[in-house]
Design a binder for this molecule. Structure first.
Ligand SMILES: [Zn+2]
Length: 614
């Protein structure tokens, strides 16, 4: 049905009916004169513009990426032409845009764009393919968001490349359409010698388009595993989303020169890895499970804060603990339920979530919502200046994964297994995802935190429980009682090294011939309390000289938790100091099945565990 809406709009627009007179389609053409030099030529035509100056923009954000990017930096050789083909001048209002005035109603802009980074955000062009994230290459026009768009790809001379994308098919295999700017920007494309596989699940067609270095047999085995994941996730929600182009497409670049990344979109995902089908199979499948789950959770069960995408500035969301964290949790759960990862691997992943929340003092200064808002700084953008994130930031993937774990186990515990997090996700889908969008590429009923809490109240039948859970673990800074919750499934959360003295997790840097504190001590740890910090030179412990990083371990091992040691050090201003460090107990945690910890798994624990993980 959405597809029919698209075609109707599009025909009306090119038909030039009077009422659609201001809706001329925007046409983009991508050509690759020298792919080996990593750039592409873009030509874009905007017509029926009226008399106002045309404001052309390069995005500062990309759908699914939560930090700002400056895609304009790789644009060069920009020329604008009017309808008669005469070049007209442009002005630069800011670093991200070009303004074209006195155009007479039609503008064609031509520019080159460099790109050499294979991931979910940027452009990569070389002699083997063009890997295109639209916001990295598209110069869009302000105010024309709702116009339909055509995109044409010209293969380089002599290359038999084909296009894989969630864009709608056009008149030829190299032409595609998008109903509007939001949909175009959300539609990456892989243009190259791709291997394509298809399968059907739940009346939906899934396509895998791979650019990789493996064998056909490896690919076929991988596709079988992907199909297991697709079926399992369909079971969780009870149905698949209505993928608008008629299929969902996995776009994968598994190449030695690719970055490790993945990005979800409405009807496709980009997955890139330097690993191969042979040597990184489970890692790649973990990404498949995560990204496909986003087809429901984030693409359609969408936080209001992300809807619609703002291409001038990055959207800030307080709900990434749910959008990303719950997706991360389900990735682990789905790999466990499909048998692709064994119990040991699954418990290691879950232990990682728990440890991130229980061991980091960041939780005392930022809630899960605060961590979500940090994404504008932490999601794929490097800072030149130093940060103290090791102590003040927990990834919303891990934090949210831990919250999902706590909520799933709590729901199961309080309902004797009758209500689970699957019910919660289905409720979110029913109310916020399934209604879809009246405009293609948009979501009509995005959720707020209040909505997420209301769905929990409905599913649990207990509004007070829902309020309490959100107040403590989402808005508040309280960790759930993970040891108690996990014990219901016969899993023991315990210290990895009981009785071992510990002064904090600090790196020691011996490269300059002395021993320096090589990572920032984390607040709340013994070294931090004693006043040591990054770059301090440790010269002695208990009167013994410290000459290399290897001297530190044995000096600590002579002690027990609670002992106090004297640490001689020189701070970075050159002042010699001595501090007393009161050692703690190594806080690192392991999560192990009770039967491996010398205990006995009760029938009830077994049932609980199996209905959860199997
Ligand atoms: Zn994600």
């Amino acid at each position: 049905m959405l597809r029919r809406v698209l075609i109707t709009l599009f025909l009306a627009a090119i038909g030039g009916a009077a009422s659609f007179g201001a809706d001329g389609p925007i046409r983009y053409r991508f050509t690759f004169p020298e792919p080996q030099h990593r750039w592409m030529q873009v030509e874009a035509t905007f017509d029926e513009l009226g008399t106002a100056p045309l404001e052309l923009r390069m995005s500062r954000s990309s759908p699914g990426r939560y930090a700002p990017h400056d895609f304009a930096k790789n644009v060069y050789d920009v020329h604008a032409f009017n309808g008669e083909g005469r070049e007209i001048s442009t002005t630069r209002p800011d670093p991200y845009g070009w303004v074209v005035a006195d155009h007479g109603g039609v503008v064609t802009v031509k520019y080159k764009i460099f790109g050499d980074y294979i991931d979910g955000t940027y452009l990569a062009v070389d002699a083997t393919h063009a890997h295109i994230n639209m916001p990295a290459v598209i110069m869009w026009a302000r105010g024309l968001d709702d116009r339909p768009i055509t995109v044409a790809f010209d293969p380089p001379k002599g290359m038999h490349w084909q296009v894989a994308t969630q864009l709608h098919a056009g008149a030829t295999p190299y032409e595609f359409t998008a109903p509007n700017l939001q949909y175009l920007m959300d539609s990456p494309a892989e243009f190259g010698p791709i291997a394509i596989r298809r399968f059907v699940a739940g009346e939906r067609t899934f396509r895998l388009a791979l650019h990789h270095t493996g064998t056909d047999a490896e690919l076929d085995g991988f596709v079988r595993d992907v199909e297991k994941i697709v079926r399992e996730e369909g079971t969780i929600y009870g149905e698949y989303p209505p993928y608008e182009p008629g299929h969902y497409t996995f776009l994968a670049d598994y190449l030695p020169y690719a970055a490790d990344d993945a990005m979800e979109h409405r009807n496709s995902t980009v997955m890139t890895s330097s690993g191969s089908l042979r040597n990184n199979r489970i890692g790649l499948l973990d990404t498949v499970a995560h990204e496909l789950f986003h087809g429901w959770n984030v693409e359609r069960i969408r936080p209001r804060s992300l809807e619609p995408f703002d291409f001038d500035r990055v959207n800030m969301s307080s709900e990434l603990w749910l959008a990303e964290g719950f997706t991360q949790y389900y990735g682990a759960l789905v790999l466990s339920r499909t048998g692709l990862v064994d119990a040991q691997g699954t418990t290691a992943t879950l232990a990682g979530f728990v440890a991130s929340v229980m061991l980091s003092p960041a939780r005392t200064v930022r809630s899960a919502e605060d961590m979500s808002r940090m994404a504008a700084f932490t999601d794929g953008s490097d800072a030149l200046d130093r940060t103290n994130w090791a102590a003040t930031y927990i990834s919303y993937y891990d934090f949210g994964g831990a919250i999902a774990l706590a909520l799933d186990l709590t729901l199961r515990d309080r309902s004797a297994g009758q209500v689970t997090l699957d019910d919660y996700m289905r409720a979110m889908w029913r109310v916020h995802g399934k209604p879809g969008g009246t405009r293609p590429g948009y979501v009509d009923r995005p959720y707020t935190r209040a909505d997420a809490e209301a769905r929990l109240a409905e599913v649990s039948g207990d509004p007070r429980f829902a309020r309490d859970f959100f107040a403590r673990h989402v808005e508040g800074r309280e960790a759930a009682d993970y040891a108690k919750l996990l014990a219901r499934a016969g899993l023991v959360l315990r210290r990895r090294n009981p009785g071992r003295a510990w002064w904090g997790d600090i790196a020691l840097d011996g490269r300059s011939g002395v021993v320096r504190v090589g990572s920032r001590p984390i607040m709340g740890t013994p070294v931090y309390a004693a006043g040591l910090d990054l770059d301090d030179q440790i010269s002695g412990i208990d009167g013994r000289r410290i000459l290399s990083p290897q001297d530190v371990g044995p000096a600590l091992e002579r002690h027990r938790p609670g002992d106090t040691i004297a640490v001689a050090f020189v701070d970075r201003a050159g002042v010699a100091k001595t501090s007393r460090v009161t050692l703690g107990e190594d806080p690192h945690l392991d999560l192990i099945p009770i039967e491996s910890a010398g205990g006995k798994l009760t029938p009830e624990q077994r049932r609980f565990r199996e209905s959860w993980l199997n």
